[in-house]
Structures are given as C-alpha cells and as structure tokens.
Write a protein of this length. Structure first.
Length: 95
C-alpha cells in the first residue's frame, strides 16, 4: 500500500521537483567551489540551499525502499562514523 507521499514523489509533481533539486545541487556546488565559498553571508545561504536540495533528493531516493532497510543503513552509517571518530581520537599513528 503506497502512501500519498510516495505517490507524490513517484508520480506527481515530485518528479519535476527532483530534477529541480538536482539542478540546484549542481549549480550551488559550482558556486560554492568556484566563486562564493568564502563570501560570508552568501555562503551560508548557499549552504542552506544545498542542504534543502540534498534533503529532497535523499527523500526521493529512500521513498522507494522499506523503512527497516533505510533505518539499518542509517544506523550502520552512524556506527561507522562513530568508530572512525574514536579511532582518529585515540590512535597514536600519524598519517
């Protein structure tokens, strides 16, 4: 049984919004890396736009999977991030 949100993302107006988010993501990355990465107020707005675009694209991708698979992937990512952070904090090896 598909939810209304799933129908919106897969068949409704969500598809053009996904393409707009992808285009916005590419434009904002180019703007941040080439031109406005160190311009104080503008880079914060660009980072906010980048976050919105990435959030929408992540939502559009994960809407097609079951909830427990997405939760397991998120938990695994968090566990690996925490383990690498602890390793970096307590290791005696310099790279």
């Amino acid at each position: 049984m598909a939810s209304p949100f799933h129908d919106f993302m897969m068949h409704g107006a969500g598809v053009p919004l996904l393409w707009a988010a992808l285009a916005g993501y590419i434009v904002i990355i180019c703007m941040l890396s080439c031109c406005f990465g160190r311009t104080a107020p503008l880079n914060m707005f660009l980072l906010a736009g980048f976050t919105v675009c990435m959030t929408y694209m992540l939502c559009a991708i994960t809407i097609g999977y079951e909830r427990n698979i997405v939760m397991a992937a998120g938990a695994t990512t968090a566990l690996v991030t925490c383990a690498l952070t602890l390793y970096a904090m307590f290791t005696k090896t310099n790279i």
